[in-house]
Design a protein around this ligand. Structure first.
Ligand SMILES: [Zn+2]
Length: 330
């Protein structure tokens, strides 16, 4: 029996606002899962204790599946040194240089492997999703931020300083909105969930101004507060013109940035994941048109652009792939 292909993985997906953990079988199927909220400004000590609490919950609820767990795969929302198992940096937290793999491995007495979350999604797509036989592809997450990962010649390409694939910081608008990275006009400042909300509000705000006029008193199709990209997507589906236009623009910005990446890499596929990608039907047409207008078409005419096959749990399945891939190495 080859234990390497029959054992389970404890998958841990650390996000900006929540932690998901579960047990995945050898086929990447999530057998059980637990979700925990994470506060902003989280510390290293706090994240370790939440992970251990979550592991206890999973272990107690699923003793059979836990018995077969032989490693942990973990996603890190930020810069991760996968070789040393160190969470190097995440902009939303106070965590710096946390040797998270060593600490969790010591607690559970099994190997722990970590990877940047977007890289993990790409690994998941390659191992369990729609890129099983694909050697060259780009993975793009569009959610609260925009991230990218590259698989080239069948392997993750991390770059000399582990930061390859930062497609979210491609400039799509000279002198445009400020981005979290300090530059102006980055894709992330135009196409991430909060950026979609901002562009929507900019378009509808004038009609909220009280006073006489044809637009006075018009109600927003999406009410404030609590406005989200998801609600704008719903309004677009219900036929709201402004919301539809906002998503159309999203397709333009994503297509513009992707055209540079496609011209550089000449990939077989581009896979879109993250919450905003679940509304891909609202921006797909504009995305494809923009890419067609901007890439060297003859060189890239067979490219396939599609949504992740892993759905909402892409990062958790990616974490499972990180664990399985790690076990192949040892
Ligand atoms: Zn940026």
């Amino acid at each position: 029996m080859n234990l390497g292909t029959t054992r389970n993985v404890l998958a841990v997906d650390i996000g900006g606002s929540k932690l998901m953990a579960g047990i995945a079988d050898a086929g990447g199927n999530i057998l059980c899962r637990v979700k925990q909220p994470l506060k902003p400004d989280i510390t290293g000590e706090h994240i370790i204790s939440i992970i251990m609490e979550t592991v206890d919950l999973i272990r107690n609820r699923n003793p059979g599946a836990w018995e077969a767990v032989d490693c942990v795969g973990m996603t890190i929302p930020g810069l991760a040194d996968h070789e040393k198992g160190i969470w190097v940096y995440a902009c939303f937290s106070k965590i710096r240089d946390l040797p998270i793999a060593r600490i969790i491995s010591y607690e559970l007495n099994i190997p722990v492997f970590i990877e940047n979350d977007v890289n993990a999604c790409a690994l998941g797509e390659k191992m369990y999703g729609s890129c099983k036989g694909v050697n060259d592809f780009i993975w793009m997450t569009i959610s609260n931020g925009v991230g990218g990962a590259l698989v080239l010649n069948g392997e993750l390409y991390r770059g000399a300083y582990l930061n390859a694939g930062e497609i979210g910081h491609f400039n799509v608008m000279e002198g445009g909105y400020e981005c979290g990275c300090g530059n102006k006009g980055c894709l992330e400042a135009y196409a991430a969930g909060p950026a979609i909300v901002r562009r929507y509000l900019e378009r509808v705000k004038p009609v909220l101004t009280p006073g006489p006029g044809v637009n006075a008193g018009i109600k927003l199709p999406v009410s404030e507060p609590g406005i989200t990209a998801e609600k704008i997507a719903q309004a677009a589906e219900d036929g709201d013109e402004v919301s539809r236009e906002v998503f159309n623009e999203t397709g333009y910005y994503l297509g513009k940035a992707l055209s540079y990446a496609i011209n550089l890499v000449n990939p077989e596929k581009v896979i879109l994941g993250g919450g905003v990608s679940m509304s891909m039907h609202l921006f797909y047409e504009k995305l494809i048109k923009t890419i067609n207008d901007m890439v060297f078409l003859e060189a890239n005419k067979n490219i396939i652009i599609e949504k992740t096959a892993l759905g909402y749990e892409a990062a958790l399945i990616g974490a499972a792939a990180v664990g399985r891939k790690g076990m192949e190495r040892i």
